[in-house]
Design a binder for this molecule. Structure first.
Ligand code: CP
Length: 359
């Protein structure tokens, strides 16, 4: 596996193997160690869970860790545009930054949210894709403008851990929030549930569709898995759900226009998951959220503190899922290094050079 940008790029069997390995780690199995190998973590956006869980995963795998924070007094401000005349605020081009970091570590993980101002730019996922182009080492996406594959992998592991059937009903519901949030988590959640083969309902108010490209990818995955997708603005669609997964996101129609966004979501404060909604879902329904979450805006205390919530187990699974993911990537790197060494030895032997360099 050469890094990970979006979970849906992996064959489903590969995802299932990672999930099984993650759940093994949760049960206490010890991962393979990779002494002398290096992992870089570069955060251009804030994080609690991703930061802490990648740090712990690196330690479990015996990796040297390089961690950098972007912005403020952290790393130099990056330029992303090819051919830019860099006489403004940007000090270093992603071409050099990525290539240099790629010389220090074997795998690089990047977090860079969407800017939320320029939709075309956000759809190009410029920072993570810049690193993928120029680093020369596998890149792990720790949440980009478009995808959050590590969250999706952990969420799949959580569903398996809880014994949620593959064909069960999974409701991804938009939720109220004071700010227009990026689409990476809802894009990845929708794709994950459909790749898993679930009966997925996307419940959102009018004006809060996900981007057509994310929807097309979700439909592709549903087609392959036999999953099913229904889109509705009816909150009663939670009935019979095994899982209610809440997330807020901004309107594509109001991207970069806060006044329009606020106008659109005025009157949507009732899109908050409460005990009534969970009871309507059914007696065994689970509540999921990627965290961080705004209590009593996105979800009521009674749900987060009640029998429905699995958000802490869900967060714990980030550690196990990422340990499994990194173990696979480093195992594949080791295999590639071995194959390269053997083929070099073979070609030197056939040209007689091996005998000359050996004492
Ligand atoms: N869910 C998630 O990615 O959490 P953090 O933003 O705290 O890393």
């Amino acid at each position: 596996m050469n890094g990970l940008y979006h979970l849906g790029e992996l064959p489903t069997q590969a995802v299932e193997r990672l999930v099984q390995r993650a759940l093994d780690f949760r049960r206490g199995v010890t991962p393979v160690k990779f002494p002398g190998r290096g992992l870089g973590l570069f955060f251009l956006s804030p994080s609690l869970r991703t930061q802490a869980s990648f740090q712990r995963a690196a330690a479990k795998l015996g990796l040297d860790l390089v961690q950098l924070q972007g912005g403020g007094n952290g790393v130099w401000q990056l330029e992303l545009t090819d051919g830019a005349v860099m006489n403004g605020g940007s000090v270093e081009h992603v071409r050099e930054a990525a290539a240099v970091l790629g010389r220090f570590v074997d795998v690089l993980a990047i977090r860079a949210f969407s800017g939320g101002q320029d939709l075309a730019l956000d759809l190009s996922d410029p920072i993570v894709n810049g690193f993928r182009r120029f680093a020369g080492v596998p890149i792990v996406n720790m949440e980009s403008a478009l995808w959050h594959p590590c969250q999706a992998l952990a969420d799949w592991a959580t569903l398996d851990m809880l014994g949620v059937p593959k064909r069960a009903k999974f409701v991804l519901t938009w939720a109220n929030h004071p700010k227009p949030l990026p689409h990476a988590v809802p894009n990845s959640t929708l794709a994950m549930a459909l790749q898993r083969g679930m009966d997925v309902v996307l419940a959102r108010p009018k004006g809060y569709d996900l981007h057509e490209r994310a929807m097309a990818e979700a439909q592709r995955l549903a087609h392959e898995s036999g999953g099913r997708l229904t889109v509705t603005d009816d909150r009663d669609a939670v009935e019979g759900a095994a899982v209610v997964y809440a997330k807020s996101w901004g309107s594509l129609a109001a991207w970069g226009d806060l006044a329009r966004e606020q106008h659109l979501r005025a009157g949507l404060a009732h899109w908050c998951v409460d005990g009534d909604l969970m009871r309507r879902a059914g007696p065994n329904a689970r509540f999921m959220h990627c965290l961080p979450v705004r209590r009593n805006v996105v979800v009521k205390d009674e749900v987060l503190d009640g029998p429905w919530s699995v958000v802490i187990d869900q967060a714990e699974n980030r550690l196990h899922a990422q340990t499994a993911l990194l173990e696979r990537i480093f195992l594949d790197l080791e295999a590639q290094s071995k194959a390269k060494k053997s083929s070099l030895e073979l070609s030197m032997k056939s040209s007689g050079e091996l005998e000359e360099v050996r004492p």
